[in-house]
Design a protein around this ligand. Structure first.
Ligand SMILES: [Zn+2]
Length: 402
C-alpha cells in the first residue's frame, strides 16, 4: 500500500504513448454511441463522478480527478472527438448529445493490475442533454468546492503537524493533557472496504474518529489530534509523521474489516508483528523518525537507548490492546483470539504506542448495521475511551510512584 505510485509506460488509444508518475495510467474510448465505452485505468481507487457540461455549442463529459498531476490527450470514437487529461481533470469532448448511462468501478484482478473506471455513454436528445448539463454544472461546482475545502483543511492539518520531512519529534505538551492521536483509516480516493448494507469504510472510520474525539475532548484530560477530519486521502507515512510531531502518547488507527464470508463478525485489535518490527528501522530512517535521545549521550549508548524505547513502545502498545479488549466485549462481538499482530504501516513509529482497531466486519450485516448506527458507534467509542482512561491511569500511577 505504501508505494502505490510507480512510473509506468502507457499506451493510449490510437497509439499515443507517454510515461509519467500519475494516477491515470491509460484512457481508452470504444463503441459507436449506443453505447460508447470509456475506460480509465488508475493506480489507486478513483471515486470521481462523471459530469455532463455544455458551454455554448461545446459539449463535454468531465471527470474531476484530484490525484492526477500531469497532462495527456488522445482521440476518441463513437461521439467522443478528443479527450484531454490535465492536472485535476479529465475531459471528453462530444460531437453529439450524450449522457452517462452507467459507471462501473473495478478493483485490480489477477490479470489486470490497475483499478478501472468504466463509463458507458448513451446518445440522448438535445433537450435531455441540456437539462442534465444544467444539473451537472451545479453538482460539479459543489463537488469541486468541497474538494478544495477538504484539501485546504488537510494542508492546514499537515502544516500544524510540521512538514512530513521534518526531523525528530517535539516534546509532548504534558501540562495540557495526554496527547491521543486518532487515525481514521482510508479516505478520499481510498474508500476501504464496502459495507454489505451500502456505505464505505472511510466514512465509518471518520464518523467513529469524530465521535471519539468529541468524547475525549469532553473529558479535559486529553489533547486529541486527528490525522484527518474530512474525507481526504492521507499517505500512511504522513499519518505516522503527524502523530510523532504532535508528541503522540497513544495512536489509535480505526478501521472496519471485510471477509469473504458474511458470517465472520466482531472487532479485533492489532499491534505490530515481529515481521513488521523488522521494517521499523528502515522506515524510521527513510522518514527521519528520530527517537529523541538526550544530547551528549555517548554514541555506544544511543543504540541501546533506542532499543529500550522501541521495546517499551511495543510493551505499551500490547498493554493498551489488552485493556481495550474487555471494553470492546461490552460494546459488541469480538473475534476470537482477537489481539493479533500485523505489519500495518501505521504501526511502525518506533516511539509511539499504537494499535489498529478493526471495529467489526462491514461484510457482516449485523456488524455493518452496528457500525453505521449512532448507538453502535457510541458503544464502540465509549469502549475505546474507557480503555484510554485505564491506560493513562496506569501511566500516571507509574509516574507518581517513581
Ligand atoms: Zn481499513
Amino acid at each position: 500500500m505504501l508505494i502505490r505510485i510507480v512510473s509506468v509506460l502507457l499506451i493510449l488509444c490510437f497509439g499515443a504513448v507517454f510515461g509519467a508518475m500519475a494516477d491515470v495510467s491509460q484512457v481508452r474510448v470504444v463503441g459507436d454511441g449506443a453505447p460508447t465505452r470509456i475506460t480509465i485505468w488508475t493506480d489507486a481507487p478513483e471515486e470521481a463522478e462523471a459530469y455532463v457540461s455544455e458551454t455554448g455549442s461545446v459539449r463535454r463529459i468531465i471527470f474531476p480527478l484530484r490525484g492526477n498531476a500531469y497532462s495527456a490527450e488522445g482521440l476518441g470514437t463513437g461521439g467522443v472527438t478528443v479527450w484531454s487529461l490535465n492536472p485535476g481533470r479529465l475531459e471528453f469532448e462530444l460531437d453529439r448529445p450524450m449522457s452517462v448511462a452507467r459507471v462501473l468501478r473495478l478493483p485490480p484482478t489477477g490479470t489486470e493490475k490497475s483499478y478501472r473506471v468504466i463509463v458507458d455513454l448513451d446518445t440522448v436528445s438535445d433537450a435531455r442533454f441540456s437539462s442534465i448539463a444544467k444539473r451537472d454544472t451545479r453538482r460539479l461546482a459543489k463537488a469541486e468546492s468541497e474538494a478544495a475545502k477538504a484539501a485546504e483543511k488537510q494542508a492546514a492539518l499537515l502544516a500544524s503537524a510540521g512538514s512530513a520531512k521534518s526531523a525528530g519529534r517535539k516534546a509532548p505538551p504534558r501540562s495540557k493533557g495526554h496527547v491521543v492521536v486518532i487515525d481514521a483509516g482510508h479516505g478520499g480516493k481510498d474508500p476501504g472496504a464496502m459495507a454489505i448494507t451500502g456505505g464505505r469504510e472511510k466514512d465509518v472510520t471518520l464518523k467513529a474518529a469524530l465521535a471519539l474525539r468529541d468524547l475525549l475532548e469532553a473529558d479535559g484530560r486529553y489533547v486529541v489530534k486527528l490525522t484527518r477530519d474530512t474525507d481526504v486521502y492521507v499517505d500512511h507515512e504522513d499519518r505516522v509523521t503527524m502523530a510523532r510531531n504532535w508528541g503522540a502518547e497513544l495512536f489509535i488507527s480505526l478501521h472496519a474489516d471485510a471477509a469473504g464470508s458474511s458470517s465472520v463478525a466482531g472487532a479485533s485489535v492489532y499491534t505490530i508483528s515481529a515481521r513488521g518490527e523488522g521494517r521499523i528501522d528502515r522506515e524510521a530512517s527513510r522518514n527521519n523518525w528520530v527517537i529523541p535521545i538526550e544530547d551528549g549521550t555517548p554514541e555506544r549508548l544511543t543504540g541501546i537507548l533506542s532499543d529500550l524505547v522501541k521495546r517499551e513502545t511495543k510493551t505499551r502498545s500490547a498493554e493498551f490492546a489488552e485493556l481495550l479488549l474487555p471494553e470492546l466485549e461490552q460494546a459488541g462481538p469480538v473475534l476470537r483470539n482477537t489481539h493479533r499482530s500485523a505489519g500495518f504501516y501505521v504501526l511502525l513509529a518506533p516511539d509511539v504506542p499504537a494499535v489498529l482497531l478493526e471495529l467489526g466486519f462491514l461484510t457482516n450485516s449485523d456488524d455493518a448495521k452496528r457500525l453505521q448506527s449512532e448507538k453502535g458507534r457510541q458503544a464502540s467509542v465509549r469502549a475505546i475511551k474507557n480503555a484510554i482512561d485505564a491506560y493513562f491511569d496506569r501511566q500516571d500511577m507509574r509516574l507518581a510512584s517513581q
